[in-house]
Design a protein. Structure first.
Length: 165
């Protein structure tokens, strides 16, 4: 997976976080002030280049019922403006509760960028390789893994006990 830059849009500042190249860690970056301005958009385009991000994810604020309000419309508009100044794909991702998570977790980074890191963690989890984390297949000829406490398989050539029908 390539690096991904997440943006938690706000009119005063935009929280930013970037993934590591493996797509497992989200690191908050300094927020970009006044992201709606020409200077703010240029700073975001610079950030995409500097981090080597190959995708930008913009938080889409939804209500708990999944509806979109005025903030979601502003985020969609902002994502469109970002898409015009960067040369990588820009997409939206549900950011419900990321600000609350940022408030609860604390940390050295500013709250907006911590929220962007939570947004990015959510996006990374939703786009994780389904094979990641799965147990590797057993070596050829080896017995498959058993649950702890399970009876061992019968010895070679031995018949397994029959259960009454």
């Amino acid at each position: 997976m390539a690096r991904v830059l997440a943006l938690d849009h706000g009119s005063a500042r935009c929280g930013c976080a970037v993934s590591d190249p493996s797509g497992t860690l989200a690191t908050p970056l300094p927020a970009v002030e006044r992201p709606e301005t020409e200077r703010g958009l240029a700073a975001l385009a610079d950030l995409v280049r500097e981090t080597g991000a190959e995708r930008v994810v913009v938080g889409l604020p939804r209500t708990m019922s999944g509806d979109e309000g005025p903030q979601a419309a502003a985020a969609r508009s902002f994502a469109g403006r970002v898409a015009r100044v960067v040369e990588v794909p820009v997409e939206l991702h549900d950011e419900r509760l990321t600000t609350r998570q940022a408030q609860r977790t604390g940390g050295a980074a500013d709250e907006d960028s911590r929220a962007a890191a939570h947004l990015l963690e959510s996006w990374l989890a939703a786009h994780a390789d389904p094979a990641f984390g799965a147990d590797p297949p057993p070596p050829s000829g080896a017995d498959p893994p058993r649950a702890s406490g399970a009876d061992p398989p019968p010895a070679s050539g031995a018949s397994s006990p029959r259960r009454p029908a």
